[in-house]
Design a protein around this ligand. Sequence first.
Ligand SMILES: [Zn+2]
Length: 326
Amino acid sequence: MKKHISLLAAAIMTAATVAAQIPSEYSVAPWHGFSQSAVTYSLDDLTSKQLPVAVPLFDKYGVKVSLNVVTTWVKPNEWPLLKAVLKNGHEVTSHTVHHKNMSMLSPEEFEMECRESQRIIKQYTGSECVTLVYPYCASGHKEISSKYYISARCCSKHIEPHTPADMFDISSVGVGLESDVNKAEEFNKWVDDGVSQKGWCTFLIHGIDDDGGYSPIESSELEKHLAYVTKNPDKFWVATFAQISKYIIERNALTIREMKKGNKITVIVGCKAQSPLTKFDEPITISRQLPQGCTTAKANAKNAKVSDGKITMDVVPGKTYKIACK
Ligand SMILES: [Zn+2]
């Protein structure tokens, strides 16, 4: 009995932090599309087959990834390729300027690695860079990384819960020869664990096939795994590190107000989180119970659909939507 009470208390606390300003008729999806878990592929160091082999393979399955670049290691001919990859929806993440162990740096050096890598990526690609990947998974001065980034990745080999304890210490699971995650089934086991924990599984990838990179994986095994993940969108929401970081921040700070007039509902979506670093405009999936006497409805929102007496749709903070009941 006692156990039940504490579980219930935990559930109430979670609901209170997540849905503080959400009317009771609404639910906010823990992960986009009400998928049961989230998955990110995070590729370090721009090893030589990441752009020519891995990215086309991910593209074949419609999967967007995060490429974590050390700005002094990027060859001049690779910047235009990275720009094209960004345009295609992938992310270019900072893996610092020099790939030093950040935990050994003075605050001034640490800040330079954060600031300059971000500035150089923006200069060469024209796109914002809002997430950081620590070299050697050594984090150091988080109060400085948070001045420049919304989240940062380490590699403590666990599934992150639906709301991570620390956005500047997000776990990842290393794969390849130096790890025990090599075969498609071993990748699949991790994402299945992500589903049972309703959490976020990030894979840390270095070398691809025989490209000479650290801890290589076989692209054929990766492909078998991608076929599994992309066949199950109800289980897995696959997105970049930045997209998922933004989703977590937004959904936990989401506000919904509504106005009802006749058979029309106006839905006003806001977000209490603000940042000078980026706009919180990642689409969030919500659902609303249909009002009594309303059997079906339409909404001017992306992916709007009705099932089980609810309308589900994607909303962006700062925007207003209309639901029309029939
Ligand atoms: Zn690295």
